[in-house]
Design a protein around this ligand. Structure first.
Ligand code: NAD
Length: 511
């Protein structure tokens, strides 16, 4: 792999600026070493943004908003269409960069860029469908309707595990809505951000629009992130990350009565019924637990399996785990790459210790792979543990490939377990029993934002609104009508008569 060539194609340098507002600024923050989880090497460096750089970025974004918000929405859609085309050209290279920087396998890296392409396509259509309703007024010769206006400069805070796609979901929708965005990526994966912003801005500038429509600030959450969330010039923060981070953002943005879209941690369960097709169930669980090395917000964390098939299911799952090839994520034979860093490995090992202390047992895996084949990267076997749903460790999201297996007798009991966690992102049932499935999907079934039948907890499509309930934060982004969060709604009344009728029949005789 010729990394220098890859970087040259994508506009990534050995030392990169950490702030873009139409030009790459000469930034004043500390230097950030960007580590490659594949082998622990330093991929490149970023000169992070300082407070002054941040302020310049926001000022340019405010100016860009004045221009961009005046462009007709279908024209904005056309620019987003061109951006999608540009991402198509660089899908392979960008997918490789995602793999190198984050550690997910190449097909998943490519899949992330495909999500950007898909959401651009979705947004193009949306740009002609930012509909408001028209209502019949109770007043004669009056017309009432609602319209949607652009909101302003939006702050996008993203997590390490989706270095590209989460920005894409937010940027493409925000852009057709007439907003401009300032992206603060995770400091673990800033190079993908540099590459994505370079591509988006090539298209914007070729079309004569300011680069500050899609800006970037790289810096620590506690410094640059805090500036962004406290900033009155930023009416909406869309933040993806852990629950503690979301709590902090909700407090700070709430204090200034700003808006936030919070996409936080999950603790996703799969119910495997005795009416399941076990083949599909094992495949779905395998992808849900091993995919992205268990580092997806929608990764399967808990398995609630009917007692009559428990042993059979457990044996089949362990057999499939034994076949997993772990290693370099760019090797097409590999199914699971490294974890993002040594801390993530330590967190997983601590969870394994925790589950044993609470009375559970490790059924498979969890060994750190530290031979020379693994080149200093953070490789660990995926782990299956037997545990009770109420254990403290099971109630938490451990962001690693560890899954907890537990038994149930009655479907009502399985549903109660599935809902008895603080988080509410994704859920699945494997069953061909109509009544069980409908119960799972009913108001007294899954309490999650996403409910799947005979399908993995992972792998959402961009067409649906994505997000979760309870401590997952309640936000929705991507498809369906999630665009409404990115605009301001205005209810309008036009009186075209020759009198001034008042609502509720009020007579108010003026002068
Ligand atoms: P994290 O909370 O450590 O960081 C996420 C982002 O928040 C980073 O960019 C970080 O710099 C920033 N941040 C941290 N503190 C901040 C502050 N005080 N002010 C502003 N910004 C701040 O999360 P992570 O480890 O990068 O990602 C893993 C977590 O993200 C998991 O909990 C996972 O479930 C969650 N996640 C959720 C979704 C979803 O859509 N629900 C998607 C992906 C990841």
């Amino acid at each position: 792999m010729d990394i220098d060539k890859l970087f040259a194609v994508l506009g990534v340098k050995a030392i990169n600026s950490g702030a873009f507002n139409g030009v790459w600024l000469k930034t004043s923050g500390d230097v950030l070493d960007v580590h490659c989880p594949v082998d622990g090497s330093i991929l490149a460096r970023v000169n992070q943004a300082g407070a002054g750089d941040y302020d310049l970025v926001i000022k340019s974004a405010e100016k860009a908003f004045g221009i961009w918000s005046s462009v007709p929405a279908p024209k904005r859609g056309d620019i987003v269409r061109q951006i999608g085309l540009e991402f198509r050209k660089y899908k392979d290279e960008l997918g490789t960069l995602v793999s190198l920087e984050m550690g997910k396998i190449k097909v998943e890296g490519d899949g992330e860029i495909q999500e950007i392409i898909d959401i651009c396509d979705f947004a193009v259509g949306l740009s002609r469908q930012l509909y408001g309703l028209t209502m019949h007024s109770e007043r004669p010769y009056n017309r009432m309707y609602e319209q949607w206006h652009p909101l302003g400069v939006l702050g996008l805070i993203t997590s390490f595990n989706f270095p590209a796609a989460v920005w894409g979901w937010n940027f493409a929708i925000a852009a057709v809505c007439g907003d401009v965005t300032v992206w603060k990526p995770s400091s673990k994966v800033p190079l993908t951000a540099v590459a994505c912003i370079t591509i988006a801005n090539r298209v914007l500038s070729e079309n004569g629009f300011p680069g500050a429509v899609a800006s970037l600030v790289v810096g620590r959450g506690k410094e640059i992130g805090e500036h962004l969330i406290a900033d009155h010039r930023v009416p909406l923060i869309s933040a993806t990350g852990s629950i503690p981070m979301g709590r902090r953002i909700a407090r700070v943005v709430g204090e200034r009565l700003g808006r936030s879209i919070l996409e936080l941690g999950g603790n996703n369960a799969v119910i495997v019924s005795r009416h399941a097709d076990l083949d599909i169930a094992v495949k779905g669980v395998f992808f849900g637990t091993i995919g992205t090395a268990g580092q997806r917000c929608t990764s399967t964390r808990r398995l609630i399996v009917h007692e009559s098939i428990y042993d059979d299911f457990k044996d089949q799952l362990i057999a499939s785990y034994k076949r997993v090839k772990i290693g370099n994520p760019l090797d097409p034979r590999v199914a699971m790459g490294p974890l993002i860093d040594k801390d993530a490995v330590a967190v997983m090992r601590a969870a394994m210790k925790g589950v044993i202390e609470e009375g559970g047992r490790i059924l498979y895996g969890g060994n750190v792979l530290a031979t020379e084949d693994y080149l200093g990267g953070c490789y660990i076997e995926p782990c299956i543990a037997e545990a009770e749903n109420h254990y403290r460790i099971v109630q938490d999201e451990t962001f690693a490939p560890i899954v907890y297996l537990t038994k149930y007798k009655l479907i009502e009991e399985a549903l109660a377990m599935q809902n008895s966690v603080p988080q509410g992102l994704s859920s699945s049932i494997f069953s061909h029993h109509l009544r069980e499935v409908e119960l799972f999907l009913s108001h007294s079934g899954s309490d999650c934002g996403i409910a799947n039948v005979n399908s993995s907890t992972s792998g959402a499509e961009i067409g649906g609104a994505f997000g979760g309930e309870k401590q997952t934060g309640g936000g929705r982004e991507s498809g369906s009508d999630a665009w409404k969060y990115y605009m301001r709604r205005q209810t309008t009344n036009i009186n075209w008569g020759s009198d001034l009728p008042l609502a509720q029949g009020i007579r108010f005789d003026g002068p």
